[in-house]
Design a protein around this ligand. Structure first.
Ligand code: MG
Length: 275
């Protein structure tokens, strides 16, 4: 089995220090978290920006740039910038950060009913973001909240807007998205083209079991406080602890973990990241 790629999603848009004091908010905190998580075994970091004053999700290009440049200087992690819309749904707000030309960026290929809001990703918006990623040489991580989003991504690949091999992230266990069951994971895995790579982001209490399934099934794992703030029932986690635990479990299951450069090879990224 190929080596395991661990993605750390340290902050997201929602959890605050009130929820868990380990949530990194300022660019410097996010950079320091990246350094610790790389040492613990992560090879990709999924990046969101936060407004340092009120901790809300931010679309501020300068904050993204500060995080990006700091992580680039201090780590060898693959930098994956989120184009998620919680901080602002409009294309202009979600696309400017792509001009930083990170190695990867997330791309959600459909809309979702979140518990109290609608996460809107219109066909035009998805297409425009995918074209930007192609222009800047960014590999998309296709965020799949439901099976139909796989097909939407395949349509974009057929049109040449996304290059193969594709890389998918199955976001499972969020209310309004696909439930986190092993049957659903098998179905998702069987729905993507051969030669694709995939990872699982289990939300909340599903993070640990879905990660273990992915390790055993040859997939990859995303963990972090963006998706779950707990280590175990009632016990708050730190990002570093979550990465360490996956590295340990993978070792016990006799699957080695990938360094960032090994992850680049698995994902078909250039070994010399853009400067
Ligand atoms: Mg995200």
């Amino acid at each position: 089995m190929e080596k395991l790629i661990i993605t750390i999603a340290p902050t997201g848009s929602l959890p605050t220090k009130k929820n868990n004091p380990h949530v990194p908010i300022s660019p410097d905190e996010i950079i320091q978290t990246g350094i610790l998580c790389e040492k613990a075994g992560a090879s990709i970091i999924h990046i969101h920006a936060r407004n340092p004053v009120d901790e809300t999700a931010s679309t501020d290009f300068h904050i993204f740039r500060q995080i990006y440049q700091g992580l680039k200087k201090e780590t060898n992690l693959i930098l994956q910038i989120s184009t998620g819309g919680r901080a602002g749904m409009e294309y202009e707000k979600r696309s400017k950060r792509l001009s930083l030309a990170p190695e990867m960026a997330s791309l959600t290929t459909g809309s979702v009913n979140f518990p109290t809001s609608v996460y809107i990703n219109s066909p035009d918006l998805i297409c425009a973001l995918a074209k930007d990623m192609k222009t800047y040489g960014i590999k998309p991580e296709i965020e799949v909240f439901d099976v139909s989003m796989v097909q939407n991504a395949l349509d974009l690949a057929d049109q040449g807007i996304m290059g193969k091999p594709l890389h998918f992230d199955f976001v499972m266990g969020l209310k309004g998205a696909i439930p986190a069951t092993i049957e659903n994971l098998v179905h998702l895995k069987n729905s993507i083209p051969k030669g694709s790579t995939w990872t699982v982001a289990g939300i909340g209490a599903s993070q640990l079991p879905m990660s273990v399934h992915a390790i055993n099934m040859g997939g990859h794992v995303r963990v972090g406080l963006e998706d779950c703030i707990y280590f175990s029932k009632g016990k708050l986690a730190s990002n570093e602890q979550l990465v360490k635990r996956i590295a340990q479990i993978s070792g016990i299951l006799d699957r080695e973990i990938a360094t960032p450069d090994e992850a680049r090879q698995i994902l078909g990224l250039s070994l010399t990241p853009p400067t």
